[in-house]
Write a protein that binds this ligand. Structure first.
Ligand SMILES: Cc1cc2nc3c(=O)[nH]c(=O)nc-3n(C[C@H](O)[C@H](O)[C@H](O)COP(=O)(O)OP(=O)(O)OC[C@H]3O[C@@H](n4cnc5c(N)ncnc54)[C@H](O)[C@@H]3O)c2cc1C
Length: 466
């Protein structure tokens, strides 16, 4: 059903006068993209929901008319997940941002889906508790977006990703029905875990309106170290060696030379500009265990070619080093007009091969690629510094990307470790997981959303390409 923006707004408001519906061209333009490069589409209208009831009203309205609905948190996604589809209702949850309850007896926190991740972490910290998932975007991203993408972060290696902290969800189904899945129980095996199905479903099965999160006690001590390398592969080998030594540190982050220099240009942290690679290593836990773990990791790093391993002596210094890693994407994004950040992930023992392959691809296709990422998780972010207006260069980027994904899959890895498939990686999905797996996903999508109104065309198309 094709309908122009002002008629759609008028119809929505006639049905539900309290809704905040926007259809001004300038406003629609501002919401026509997410964090993914070179993707843009103006939505039909923009709705800011203020309650679960309003989300339900919008979905029932859309479902009755077959109008597509794209859910949006803060729009920081890196696979085009909240990119509007033509004529859609862009349903923005950023105004549903309250933290509703912190339960110290059960160690849980209940928040609306639009609550900002960093505010959740702060609320937990004020109560003497800890919410570990810390995506680089946590100061802007919403918890609903984190759940929909099953986001990771810098502490994923030891503490896991968003999924590991979701205990319950309130979800509005495409026809407007509202369900709760999960609860405050540590154990619950009553039926299928629908909660787990919604986690990572990228807004294609339902709209998450409330999230019940698990909190944990914070670690008593923390130690941050920076290992410097003049050979990237040695940094990758160090990661495998640390894990093989049965040490699971809180953080094992990687920055290559291109990224180090961009971060220095941007933030002047004092990183060694001539290093080929850096590993940011963080240990946390009981003070004695942290001392022991940090000493063992330092020894391993030096034995695997680190030219130096510095330990942060103050909390400010440690925070500065973590900030260096967190600013990596923003720092790289300043260099070229178009920054394409990829998300290839491999088993940790294949990291040296993957790092070498990315280097080789960059050289062969004469492209500038800065690589950083959660190396302890095998999750690398090769980042293309390009210009989308240069067609010839973009063609080389496309070929290079295919080669990187093909290698990741060949090494037993995946095309995305945390950013999701969205539209950006849809074409690579069947090759990565097999057509039958994609078909099973289609069947699930059809049973939740028979009219296909929720985030259509994301992850896969409902009809396989012929
Ligand atoms: C600088 C930067 C650093 C980043 N670092 C990381 C990182 O370290 N780790 C990581 O995993 N990601 C990272 N990301 C990617 C991104 O921030 C995450 O995917 C984040 O979870 C998206 O949250 P959002 O609120 O912006 O969601 P959006 O971008 O608005 O939406 C993302 C997807 O979730 C769906 N969605 C959003 N809200 C809901 C909801 N309430 N119900 C159902 N579906 C919903 C959307 O439809 C879309 O498919 C980074 C991005 C940037 C720009």
């Amino acid at each position: 059903m094709k309908i122009d923006a002002s008629s759609l707004r008028g119809e929505l408001l006639r049905a539900h006068p309290a809704l905040d519906v926007r259809s001004e061209a300038e406003e629609l333009l501002a919401y026509s993209y997410d964090g993914t490069a070179a993707l843009q589409q103006v939505p039909g209208v923009l709705v800011f929901a203020r309650s679960t009831e309003q989300v339900s009203e919008v979905l029932l309205f859309a479902s009755n008319r077959g109008i597509p609905v794209v859910t949006r948190g803060s729009g920081t996604g890196l696979s085009g997940g909240s990119l509007p589809t033509p004529g859609c209702i862009l349903l923005c949850l950023s105004q549903m941002n309250r933290i509703l309850e912190l339960d110290p007896a059960n160690l849980t926190l209940l928040a609306e889906a639009g609550a900002i991740t960093a505010e959740i972490a702060e609320a937990a910290s004020h109560a003497g508790l800890f919410y570990p998932p810390d995506p680089g975007s946590m100061k802007i991203s919403t918890i609903g977006g984190n759940v929909a993408e099953n986001s990771g972060g810098l502490r994923g290696l030891k503490y896991g990703v968003t999924r590991n902290y979701v205990m319950g969800l309130e979800v509005v189904l495409p026809d407007g029905e509202v369900i709760w899945t999960g609860n405050k129980c540590v154990k619950d095996v009553a039926g299928y875990s629908l909660r787990d199905l919604f986690i990572g479903s990228e807004g294609t099965l339902g709209v998450i309106t409330k999230v019940l999160l698990k909190l944990i006690p914070p670690p008593a001590a923390r130690k941050t170290m920076l290992a410097v390398y003049d050979d990237m592969e040695n940094a990758a080998r160090t990661v495998s060696a640390i894990i093989s030594a049965k040490i699971i540190p809180c953080t094992l982050e990687f920055l290559d030379r291109v990224t180090i220099n961009c971060v220095e240009d941007y933030a002047s942290i004092g990183l060694p500009r001539d290093a080929e690679a850096l590993l940011l290593i963080e240990s946390d836990g009981h003070p004695a265990a942290v001392e022991e773990e940090a000493a063992a990791m330092k020894e391993i790093a030096l034995a695997h070619g680190a030219s130096s391993v510095e330990t942060a002596s103050t909390q400010e210094q440690a925070a500065g080093l973590a900030a260096a890693r967190r600013t990596a994407f923003s720092a790289l994004a300043r260099v070229g007009p178009t920054t394409i950040l990829e998300d290839a992930t491999v088993p940790r023992d294949r990291l040296p091969e993957m790092v070498r392959h990315i280097q080789d691809v960059a050289e062969r296709h004469q492209l500038r690629i800065g690589t950083f990422g959660h190396m302890g998780d095998g999750n690398l972010h090769p980042t293309f510094l390009t210009n989308e207006k240069d067609e010839e260069q973009m063609h080389r980027v496309e070929v290079a990307m295919k080669e990187i994904f093909a290698k990741a899959v060949e090494l037993g890895g995946t095309i995305t470790g945390e950013h999701g498939v969205g539209v950006a990686k849809k074409a690579f999905l069947p090759g990565a997981i097999g057509e039958l797996n994609v078909e099973v996903m289609r069947r699930m999508k059809r049973s939740f959303d028979p009219r296909g109104i929720l985030n259509p065309g994301k992850i896969f198309d409902l009809s396989p390409a012929s």
